[in-house]
Design a protein around this ligand. Structure first.
Ligand code: NAD
Length: 265
C-alpha cells in the first residue's frame, strides 16, 4: 500500500524536487504541502499539490498522513512541531537546528518515529564513516583538521549541517566536545593555531548544490576526504528512501545509518 506523505517546505527547492520525484513513485501518495501561505486549486497545482496549508491549518492533512517530510527552515519546523503530530513518522532535512529544536525533536521521539539527517545522500553518509576512520588514526596533536564547505548563495545557515556533522564525528573520535574545539573562520590577529581545533570555512556562491572537503593536515602529509553533490535530487532520493523506510515504525529516533543498513559504532 502506498505511504501517504505531506511535504513541509512545499514550494521551496527541496520541496519541489520531492514533488517531482513522488510523481514518478507509486510507493507514495502526496496528500498535500505545508508552507508559509495556504493555496488550493490552480495555485496549489502549479506547485504539484492538491492543497497547501500553513502549519496552523494543516491538522486535517497531518491526521490523514503516514509521514511528514520537512525541508523548510527552523521557524517552519518549529511551527510544525507545535502541531499535534501524534503517531506520525517525521523525516527532517531542515538544517541549522537550534538546541531547543533538537530537544523538541527528542521529546517528539517518544510518540513519533523521528529521523533527522543533515544530509540524505548515500555518499555523505559513507563520507562520515571514512572521516571517522581517519580521525581515529590521525591524532589531534599531529594532524590539524579544517573543514571547507561550499553551497549556493541562497543558503541561510553556515557552517552547513553536513560540515557540523563531520565535525561532530571527528570531535567524538578525539574524545572532545565539538563546541570546545570549533572555530568558524579566521580573521585579524588570530594567534597560532591551537592543536585539536576544528576549523570551519563556508564558501557561498552561484548554484553550488553542496561540497565538503575535510583536510587532515600533518607536518609531512595531508589527507583530504571530499564529497561533491551534483544534483539536489540526490537529497530528495535519500529523504524518500527514509520516508518509505520509517513510515509505520515504532516511536523512536532513527538515523540514515539505520535506513541504509550501515553499521553503527
Ligand atoms: P528553500 O528556501 O528553497 O525552501 C524553503 C521552503 O520552506 C520555502 O518554500 C519557504 O517558504 C518554506 N518556509 C520557510 N520558513 C517557513 C515557515 N516559517 N513556515 C512555513 N514554511 C516556511 O530552501 P531549500 O534549499 O529547499 O532547503 C530547505 C532546508 O533544507 C534548508 O534548511 C536546507 O539547508 C535543508 N537542506 C537539507 C538537505 C539534507 O540533505 N538534509 C539537503 C538540501 C537542503
Amino acid at each position: 500500500m502506498s505511504k501517504k506523505i505531506v511535504i513541509s517546505g512545499a514550494t521551496g527547492r527541496m520541496g519541489q524536487t520531492l514533488v517531482r520525484m513522488i510523481a514518478d513513485n507509486a510507493e507514495f501518495e502526496l496528500l498535500g504541502g505545508i508552507d508559509r501561505e495556504r493555496a488550493s486549486g490552480d495555485e496549489a497545482q502549479r506547485f504539484g499539490f492538491k492543497r497547501i496549508e500553513t502549519a496552523d491549518t494543516a491538522a486535517e492533512l497531518i491526521r490523514a498522513c503516514d509521514v511528514v517530510v520537512d525541508f523548510s527552515a527552523v521557524a517552519g519546523l518549529q511551527q510544525l512541531l507545535a502541531q499535534d503530530l501524534s503517531g506520525k513518522a517525521l523525516v527532517i532535512g531542515t538544517t541549522g537546528l537550534t538546541n531547543q529544536v533538537h530537544q523538541r525533536l527528542e521529546q517528539a521521539s517518544s510518540q513519533n518515529a523521528v529521523l533527522v539527517a543533515a544530509n540524505f545522500s548515500i555518499g555523505v553518509n559513507l563520507l562520515l564513516g571514512l572521516v571517522d576512520a581517519a580521525a581515529r588514526v590521525l591524532s589531534p596533536e599531529a594532524y590539524d583538521v579544517e573543514i571547507v564547505e561550499a553551497h549556493h548563495k541562497r543558503k541561510i545557515d553556515a557552517p552547513s549541517g553536513t560540515a557540523l556533522a563531520l565535525g561532530e564525528v571527528i570531535a567524538k573520535a578525539r574524545s572532545a566536545a565539538l563546541d570546545a574545539v570549533r572555530k568558524d573562520g579566521r580573521g585579524g590577529q588570530t594567534g597560532a593555531r591551537p592543536a585539536g581545533e576544528i576549523g570551519f570555512h563556508a564558501l557561498r556562491g552561484g548554484d553550488i548544490v553542496g561540497e565538503h572537503r575535510v583536510h587532515f593536515i600533518g607536518a609531512r602529509e595531508r589527507i583530504e576526504i571530499a564529497h561533491s553533490a551534483q544534483d539536489r535530487g540526490l537529497f530528495a532520493e535519500g529523504a524518500l528512501r527514509a520516508a518509505a523506510w520509517i513510515a509505520g515504525r515504532p516511536a523512536g529516533t532513527y538515523t540514515m545509518k539505520d535506513v541504509l543498513g550501515l553499521e553503527s559504532r
